[in-house]
Each structure stands twice: as C-alpha cells, then as structure tokens.
Design a protein around this ligand. Sequence first.
Ligand SMILES: [Zn+2]
Length: 284
Amino acid sequence: MKSKKNNKKKKENSNQNKIKKQKIKKNKILIFYEGVEEHKINIVSNITNSLLQWFGIPAEVIVKGKIWKNLYGLEEIYKNLVRIRVIRWNEFKLHEYVSPAEISFERKKAEGKIKGWGILYDGFLLQSIMLSALLGQKLVKKIDLENIPLVITDRQIATFGEDGRYHLRIAILGYPSLISEKGFFSAPAKPKEYHISKMISEDIAIVKGYSLQEEIENKFPLLARPYIILSLLWTKYGIGFCQNEKCFFSDSHTTESLLKSKSGKINLCNYHKEEISKIKERID
Ligand SMILES: [Zn+2]
C-alpha cells in the first residue's frame, strides 16, 4: 500500500517536472548575417544572452551563420533585391527593368565579394525577400514562433512613411526582423552641433561626423541588444517599441537618445517593465 502511494507520488513529481520543463522551454532568436564581421556578431550574441538572463526572459540567442549559404538557384531573389532598391525619397515604386549588371552585383554581394553600402532598400520588401531566402535555402523550415529568425545586415534600409517619404531605419520587426548595422549611424537625427559645424565648415563636420560614426560603430554590440530582444518580444508577444526616449526599448529618433538609452544605464518605461514581468510570470 505504502509503495503504491510512493509510486503515485513519484509519478506526480515526474509529471510536475515535465510541466515545469515545458514551461521553461526557451525561445530561440536565430541570428543570420551578411556583410557584418563574425566576431562582432558573436559579441552581440553573448552580451544579449547575458541581458536576457538579467531580465529573466526565457530566451537565448544563437548565431546560425551567414544568410547566404546555399547559393544555387537564387537568381529570382537577386532580381527581387534589385527591384526593391529605393531610387527616389518621395516615391514608392518597384524597378520594372533589372539589368544583368545589377543582378550580378547582388550575386557578388551574396557571395560576400562586395559590401552593400551606397544602396538603399525598401525595408518591408527586403524582409519578405529575406524570408524567401531563408526558406529557399532551407535555413529555416517553416514559420516557427519558438525559433525566431533575425537578419543583421550591412544594407541600408528605409520604410515609406505616411508623409510620402522614405525614412531610414535601424530595424524592422517581424519575421524575420532586420537590423541594419549602418542604420545606427545613418537613421537617427544627428546632434545640433554636428549640423552647426556643417554650416561653419564641411571639414569640421567630416571630422565630427567621423568621430560620431566611430563611436556608434564601436558601441554597435551594445546598441543592437534592445533590437535583438525586441525581435522576440514583438513576434512572440506583440510587444514593440515605445516613444519614451529614456527607455531601453524606445524607438530612438536621435543619435543622442540612441546612445543614452541603449549604451548607458538600462532604464525601462512602465509599459516595458510590466510586459517583461508578465512574460516572467508565465514561466514561474
Ligand atoms: Zn519602453
């Protein structure tokens, strides 16, 4: 009789363990990249993992490697990459004519032979092309909300706003999310003194712009953390950016607020604080 009871207890314990295990199953953020150095990606991944732990968010970042791996049969994707290039700031239009030279540029870029600077891509359309690239090369098998893909790219991305103009962006959240390494410098508005120095002398502006660019490039791993975490928060829980510029998860519109909120002491607004504690309650 006693042993029956013990067995029952054991069974209950093992069931409880099973439930516990299921509950603490970690989500994965899968990083794919292009045109960004591997060691930078590894640093970004390591420090984001420490931060996820610190926040108590049940997720981990895994570096999956370059996005262009199985290059056979990607002609249609190269062609589409040319079609979504932004030509005019105030016009949302796809290229009708795609030249062989442009396709060859995209092929070379995928092969890692050239960098992507100087060309601007429509961010939302790039997102869907990246999804086709991931699925087409079998780097992800299906849409899976426990394994969320993220592409870190050296391409410049922009989205067409309600004001009828394209705006440069640091990141686009979705499936996959995109983070533009170049966007950290180019997208947010520069400090006033940068513009004043530009009015006084181009030379000073170049020096000031250069040192600012260098600072942002050096801090890239720190600055990228909130965008990587948001790629999970948005896709899985519908938690996006906020407009509180002091918050770590804010959509920074100026270089100053970008550097302060994302590389300094971490502050969370009430909305993000509450949402993150709700995620923690789900697993506790
Ligand atoms: Zn916030």
